[in-house]
Write a protein that binds this ligand. Sequence first.
Ligand code: HEC
Ligand code: HEC
Length: 343
Amino acid sequence: MRLGLVLFAAALAAGGCKKKNNEADKGSGAATATGAATGAATATGAGEATGAGTAAADPKLVERGKYVATIAGCVGCHTPMGPQGPDFSKAFAGGMKVTEEFGTWIGPNVTPHPETGIGKWTDEQILAAIREGKRPDGTMIKAIMPYMFYAGMTDEDGKALVAFLRALPPIENKVEKGDIKLPDMPAPQVPRVDDTSDPVKHGQYLASLMHCAMCHTPMTEKGPDMSKMWAGGFEMKVPPEFGTGVLWSSNITSHPETGIGKWTEEDVVAAVKVGVRPDKSPILGPMAMYVPLWSQMTDDDALALAKFVKSIPPIEHKVAKSTFKPAGPPPGGAGGAPPTAAP
Ligand code: HEC
Ligand code: HEC
């Protein structure tokens, strides 16, 4: 089974390059922030949602939620593609469409628009979608949405993320449903704690929100091979417009020869925030695409993530070298223009 995760990421990269656009979007996002809050409040009147106004009114909570959304990469799958990459004027408004071998998935509209988005969902319903993969009508969300990895999100971060989503401008954008054929998968029961006093544990928490293991675990016919978690070898295909060749996710366990056992913590930070290896060669595909988002991590968080990654026990697993050649310039130099539409 091959997931085209890389597709959304490649798209993200394409958008990340368009710094000018992003800045324009950011501007409009800021301008409509108040409008968004009002919009959400109006939606509340129509539905049973509560607390939208209050949540949006707490800028600190919204700011934290924005950070959680940024490292968790939500915008990458929930923003439609325009002719030149993602259309950030519709950030979070859904419509990103990716065809896999086993059907097509479409990122839904997660702005607070009452009819075409999630404006009528309660805070609890939104959080259940994110952490448990459950919709208000009881149906399961397909696991392309990384709820399996968001399952351990703390109540605090979840509340902040919901406040952020509610503060987004409600964008009217009716998105059709995908037809991806994946079995319903219950979210794992994991403790929802973020122990910030221990960098390795905090780093593990961040790694789950950033769903590193989703790509860095080899995929088999029966699903991910958990005995080789973090040991890479997930084959990722990229549509021709983004480049040619195949990407193999790397072994990021601390095995000295087949993994990254010889890397320092700083090397891991550079891989995640800048998108380069110790020899300065660019890390391509989804990693590069995430750079505009992940470069916004705080130094403390990036170091904690690196400490966790360095603590992963070695697994000997030689992964083929990627043959991917990007069609355009590498997006790593995007300058960190955040593709998140900030309220
Ligand atoms: C790898 C791509 C991907 C990422 C990253 C992602 N999502 Fe999703 N999300 C999806 C897809 C695809 C669906 C719909 C799946 C289906 O058709 O069942 C979905 C569904 C949802 C839904 C249910 C909406 C509805 O109308 O059914 C919500 C809410 C949601 N995502 C919020 C988020 C948030 C918040 C984040 C970040 C914390 C996020 N998503 C990150 C791909 C993604
Ligand atoms: C959407 C898929 C995806 C996600 C999520 C992802 N990676 Fe990667 N990663 C890849 C791929 C594919 C490569 C190989 C890129 C190449 O060959 O140029 C890679 C390469 C790397 C490398 C370079 C290793 C080497 O030996 O060159 C490191 C380090 C890394 N990833 C760490 C992480 C960490 C830490 C996270 C979570 C914060 C993460 N990745 C999340 C797909 C992903």
